[in-house]
Each structure stands twice: as structure tokens, then as C-alpha cells.
Design a protein around this ligand. Sequence first.
Ligand code: PGA
Length: 266
Amino acid sequence: MRKPFIVANWKMHKTVDESVKFVKAIRDQLPDPEEVEVGIAAQAFSLYPMAAAVGKSGLQIIAQNAAAEYSGPYTGEISLRGLHDLGSRYAMLGHIERRRLFGENNAAVSQKVKAALQIGVTPIICTDETMVQKEVNGEIHYVFQQLMSVLHGVSLDQIRRVVISYEPSWAVGVGQHANATLAEEGCRMIRRTIADNYTYEIADKIRILYGGSVNPDNIKEIMAKPDIDGALIGRASLDVDNFLKMVNYAKNEEAQLAKQAPSKKK
Ligand code: PGA
């Protein structure tokens, strides 16, 4: 059973004060962490004060990027050693904006992924739709070349600790409606790629999130898809009410069913 994981990606938004206020506003209204995991990927300078404010909520405070080196002369970079020390269990790596705007390539993301795994921080590996078809024994197999290149050198043991986020470029930050069917298709293909390159058992357990124009109106439909285990949410996650609606998507559904139940019985 894969536990759903809903992650806010705040990108370069919110001051420390705004970030901490947000955490305080949501921390008592989050779903049971045993049932749904919730995280916020915030700017590096806000991670510590946010982590101090999570209380017993189980909210994960996540870095949006990290360097492959643990320490040294790397001005402006974010150290995984520091993140680990802070208690950050996850780091988002290889986001499409890092690739597009800051020239991160597969080799660089791969180094970061391995450094994260080695120090005990779980990478949330972002990947887009770059996919090729190849024929093996008369069967068509889909291969996410970008993802497989990032996973190069990641062992059977390590892959179990990875979270993957599928973020097709047509859907990220463009205000377009997320297409749940295409989102599911991409996540299913990624799972199949993991099965082909690792094992079925691992593919069945690995969590695959979808990112790109998720909002309170479409999250239920997206989360109902069998191969989508969570969402990485940009714009819609910046508002407290919207975020609470999205992380409580399952609860909202129960509440709605409960509301409908009396009239159904009549
Ligand atoms: P969006 O961003 O929800 O604003 O499309 C998603 C992301 O960049 O992770």
C-alpha cells in the first residue's frame, strides 16, 4: 500500500514570517500522517523556522534543491549535510525550472540524488515526459530516458527510498488544466520503466507523484488514478484554504458523501 504524499512547491515565494504563519495556520488541520503524508518545499532560509513550527503535525519540511557536495567552496549552494542535520527527510531534485533556468542536466541531478541517498535524505526526483519507445522481444517498452539517466548508479537497495514526481512540461506553471488521464498515463509508464529496470516488487511500492496545474477542483480526480500516489503543487499551494482543501481531499470526499447520504436514503 503506497501512502499518498501531497507536496507544496512554493518556489521563490513567501518570507520567513509568511512561511511560519502558514505552517501555524495549517498544522492542526492536516490529515493523519499515518494516512496521508504532507510536505512543503520552501526557500532554504525558511526551512529551519518552519521545521521548528510543525509541532506534532508530521508536516515534512522539504528543500527545493541541494548540492551534490556535502560541504566546501560552493558559494550559494545548499548542503545536504545541513538539511539532514535540520531533520529534513526529503529534498526535491531536478525540478523542471532548475533544468530550464539554471542549466541542471541529468548528470548533475544524478550526483545530487546519490549524495542525498547516501546521507539519508530521500530525493523527490522530478522528471518530465521525455520518453522513448523500444522494442524488446516483440514488445514495446517505454523508457523515460531522462529518469533512467538520473537513476544511473542508484542500486536496488537505494531505489526503494526514492520518490519520483512526473511533471510534464506542458502542465507546469502554465495555468493549463491538468489532464488526469495523461497524468495517469505518464505515471503508469514510469512505474513500468522502474519494473523493467529494477523489479516489479519495487515498481509496485515506489511512490510516483504528479505535478502540473493541480488545484482544489482537480485533485480528487487526479488522486483517484491508480498509478498516481501524490501531487506536487505550485501556485495552488500558496493559499492556506486551498492547500488545506487539497491535503484533505480524501476527507472532503467523505464529508460530501456523508452529506449526500441522508437524501439518498429517502
Ligand atoms: P504548478 O507547478 O502547480 O504551478 O503548475 C507545479 C510545480 O512546478 O511543481
